[in-house]
Design a protein around this ligand. Structure first.
Ligand SMILES: Nc1ncnc2c1ncn2[C@@H]1O[C@H](COP(=O)(O)OP(=O)(O)OP(=O)(O)O)[C@@H](O)[C@H]1O
Ligand SMILES: Cc1ncc(C[n+]2csc(CCOP(=O)(O)O)c2C)c(N)n1
Ligand SMILES: [Mg+2]
Length: 332
């Protein structure tokens, strides 16, 4: 392993500068243009063993996932990213080329957005960790707090896919070294989605410009993340069983194959929503937004329910309570 300075020099060669960067990585701070006069900021850490395992991921996938997880929080406020900084905890004895592949994967995902990787920090520690902070800008901020009874609930991206990919790996259904549709068949989609969530980041600003009243990304699960909007907006959320069933039906080809191995029995699609909590497993990072009912919901958003004046903070599935279940790091 080289010195810190040598490693940073190699990292800078593979990192995007970013169109708003005025001073990039290399000084005590970076300087990023914020002509709007204010900026969005969010942070999210990825920890080995908690979010990924080295034997399940390529280093590039680990980096890409860390980038997406942060970029989507900017999108969930209606914004676009301008710059990201990444603090890395590197276990002693790590392979330098492996670290650089993580950094390249991170940089490639950021480069697609026009943002820059403008700095970071390196330290040594037991569990490989990427602690990322992202900065961004928006024309119109969308919070979690302005959903109104009568609005529709819509999502962009995909829900329930990442959790299946994780379960396939946890249950040893697939060889984690395999990649690609040819080798993995129906498993390819959920596995690749778990490793690097496919999120339409541009849907964030699209929703904001279309007049979305509230938005969040589904990081911990559909139920818990919808209840976060419900609580912040002081409303109740009602999901439509038939609209959710459409999503499940679209995934039927690979889901049928995957479910055989997931020890959930022969469930029909409605039981599926309720019993295995497919949508509550988290890490899909789909964008979930509410829109006034009198506007056309912009693509790629699809309607899955509506906002009601029911008991504040609750989430319903038609007329029954929908479990608010989801991931909680401190309750495991
Ligand atoms: N240690 C902390 N100190 C101050 N605020 C925090 C801390 N941890 C979380 N928060 C804030 O609490 C809110 C909810 O945090 P959370 O991590 O659940 O964000 P999220 O976007 O919903 O989830 P995810 O981390 O899965 O993207 C955010 O506004 C976040 O900035
Ligand atoms: C090895 C391994 N074990 C378990 C999981 C599942 N997992 C971890 S964090 C999280 C929710 C979002 O977290 P955050 O709020 O930190 O974004 C989920 C569903 C995983 N990804 N990898
Ligand atoms: Mg979020």
């Amino acid at each position: 392993m080289s010195s810190e300075a040598q490693l940073i020099a190699r990292m800078r060669e593979v990192l995007p500068e970013g169109v708003r960067t005025m001073l990039g990585s290399g000084d005590d701070c970076a300087l990023v243009a914020a002509p709007e006069g204010s900026f969005l900021v969010t942070t999210d850490a990825l920890v080995e063993g908690q979010h990924f395992r080295r034997d399940w991921f390529t280093p590039g996938e680990i980096g890409a996932r860390a980038a997406v997880q942060n970029l989507v929080d900017i999108a969930a406020c209606g914004g676009s990213a301008s710059g990201l900084v990444v603090a890395m905890v590197i276990p002693p004895g790590s392979d330098e080329d492996w670290i650089l592949e993580v950094v390249s994967g991170f940089g490639s995902e950021v480069a697609k957005t026009g943002a820059g990787v403008i700095g970071g920090d390196i330290t040594s520690g037991r569990d490989f960790t990427l602690a990322v902070t992202a900065f961004g800008y928006c024309d119109r901020l969308v919070t979690r707090a302005q959903a109104k009874p009568g609005d529709v609930i819509a999502y962009a991206g995909d829900i329930g896919v990442s959790g299946v990919g994780l379960a396939l790996l946890q249950n040893h259904v697939v060889n984690p070294a395999l990649r690609g549709a040819e080798a993995l068949g129906f498993y390819h989609y959920p596995l690749s989605f778990y490793r690097v969530p496919k999120v339409p980041l541009q849907a964030g600003p699209i929703a904001a410009n279309a007049g979305a009243t509230a938005m969040i990304d589904v990081s911990d699960g559909l139920g818990i993340d919808l209840s976060r909007i419900a609580k912040a907006s002081k409303v109740s959320m009602r999901l439509s069983r038939s609209l959710l069933k459409n999503i499940v039906d679209e995934h039927q080809p690979w889901l049928d194959v995957a479910l055989k191995h997931l020890d959930v029995g022969q469930l029909n699609t409605c039981e599926l929503v309720e019993k295995i909590g497919l949508f509550n497993r988290g890490e899909d990072h789909a964008l979930l937004a509410t829109f006034p009912s009198d506007i056309n919901v912009p693509p790629p958003f699809r309607i899955i329910g509506d906002v009601t004046g029911g008991e504040v903070g609750t989430v319903m599935l038609d007329d029954e309570p929908y479990p608010a279940g989801g991931w909680d790091h401190l309750q495991r």
